[in-house]
Design a protein around this ligand. Structure first.
Ligand code: ZNH
Length: 142
């Protein structure tokens, strides 16, 4: 569970992350490079560096996380449609594991952009938050 302090740290740090419009695309690029098996879910995408599709998808992911940050107490409801989409679009095994891969890459991108502001406390709070997001996205898998 996120404590009141976690929520405060997440909300503050997220404002700084959001200022980097390509943070989502950077996270996706890292995910595709570090975990090549994730590329199999995007056969219809151009995955080369600088791809416009990856850029756009990165923006969608950032927007989804932005509403998740704004609805931290209500993640299930806030991400319900996205959860449906992932349950039908993605057939990964086990889903929670692969969903965490993007979270790992997001953490690295946040650390790069936030530098010393990405304290161990912020890291720990985001880790909990992103795990909760991934759990919601995985919750409708059968
Ligand atoms: Zn995902 C889609 C988010 C993870 C795969 N996604 C998507 C979207 C969003 C997201 C927002 C869009 C939707 C619409 O359009 O409506 N994701 C997300 C998040 C996360 C994720 C937040 C975490 C954290 N995904 C993921 C992973 C994967 C994926 C890990 C694999 C690997 N997604 C996906 C796909 C899609 C999506 C495939 C579809 C795309 C297109 O467009 O086609």
């Amino acid at each position: 569970m996120l404590t009141a302090e976690d929520k405060k740290l997440i909300a503050q740090a997220w404002e700084k992350v959001k200022a980097h419009k390509d943070a989502g695309a950077e996270s996706l690029e890292r995910m595709f490079m570090s975990y090549p098996q994730t590329k199999t879910y995007f056969p219809h995408f151009d995955l080369h560096a600088g791809s416009e599709q990856v850029r756009n998808h990165g923006k969608k992911v950032l927007n989804a996380l932005d509403s998740a940050v704004k609805n931290m107490d209500n993640l299930s409801q806030c991400l319900s449609e996205l959860s449906n989409l992932h349950a039908y679009n993605l057939r990964v095994d086990p889903p929670c594991f692969i969903l965490q891969l993007l979270s790992q890459c997001l953490q690295v991108v946040m650390a790069v952009h936030l530098g010393k502001d990405y304290t161990p406390e912020v890291h720990a709070a985001f880790d909990k938050f992103l795990s909760a997001v991934a759990a919601v996205l995985a919750e409708k898998y059968r």
